[in-house]
Write a protein that binds this ligand. Structure first.
Ligand code: SAM
Length: 244
């Protein structure tokens, strides 16, 4: 089918490439890849030979317009290095441009570290907020955490091993000691998911940065603890004012 095909690829275990994903890549006339060497290995594994071109966040408007112009009569697949394209990965501007030009956009859903981590963490999944990567600078990170501190949902974040300890400490400082989980190397040989409070986890990883890829899941704020006398007085004041 002509149009843009968004194809999810494994996040570590090649067995997670779906038959439809393999089929879509095989039938594509061109594959746009974040890193053609990474995707080249995946294609070699499934015996697919299709011309590849780089498409990433540095691709220019002109390159994007060029790819979009091909969509009318060609099937073009977009993949990222791992997981679902557009999720902390390039692609959203391409989909936007393809839609604006009236081309078909298809998706082949599959692995994403964010969803996989939620299934491992044992924390509420009914409402969650995906934050992607937080800023690496301390002040910007603290601001980003403060912004979401009252959201009644689990939080999901991507982080790197060397920054994990600092990030957990900043989360504990900004959110209080909520329940959390650190999921690492999901679907790979050394997959693990460590749970504890944010304080526990911050201490555990403070001087021991782990190797590999990491997702942090933080549980929602605990149910409001019993209101303090002060809060009750405030509420009473407000109620009385609204009557007068
Ligand atoms: N598009 C991808 C997806 O759908 O999951 C995410 C791409 S983002 C650039 C890469 C980040 O995802 C990593 O730094 C890590 O936080 C997370 N990640 C990817 N694969 C992972 C895995 N196997 N285990 C844990 N985290 C992973």
């Amino acid at each position: 089918l002509p149009g843009l095909h968004i194809v999810a690829t494994p996040i570590g275990n090649l067995g997670d490439l779906s038959p439809r994903a393999a089929d879509t890549l095989r039938r594509a006339e061109k594959i746009l890849a974040e890193d053609t060497r990474v995707t080249g290995k995946l294609l070699a594994h499934i015996g697919v030979k299709v011309p590849m071109q780089r498409y990433d966040d540095h691709s220019s408007e002109a390159e994007r317009a060029h790819f979009v112009s091909m969509l009318a009569d060609q099937a073009i697949a977009l993949v990222s290095d791992a997981g679902t394209p557009l999720i902390s990965d390039p692609g959203y501007k391409l989909v936007q441009a393809a839609r604006a030009a009236g081309h078909a956009v298809h998706t082949v859903p599959g692995p994403s570290a964010l969803i996989a981590a939620l299934t491992l963490a044992g924390l509420p999944t009914d409402r969650f907020l995906f934050l992607g990567f937080l800023p690496s600078k301390a002040k910007a990170r603290a601001d980003a955490i403060a912004e979401v501190s009252s959201v009644r949902a689990s939080l999901v974040l991507y982080e790197s091993g060397p920054r994990l300890g600092d990030c957990l400490a900043a989360l504990a400082a900004g959110l209080g000691s909520r329940d959390a989980a650190v999921a690492r190397e999901i679907t790979k040989l050394h997959e693990e998911c460590i749970t504890g409070t944010l304080d526990d986890l911050a201490r555990r990883y403070a001087d021991a940065p782990p190797k590999g890829e990491i997702v942090i899941v933080v549980g929602p704020p605990r149910e409001a603890e019993e209101a303090s006398d002060e809060q009750l007085d405030d509420a009473l004041d407000r109620a009385l004012q609204s009557l007068s």
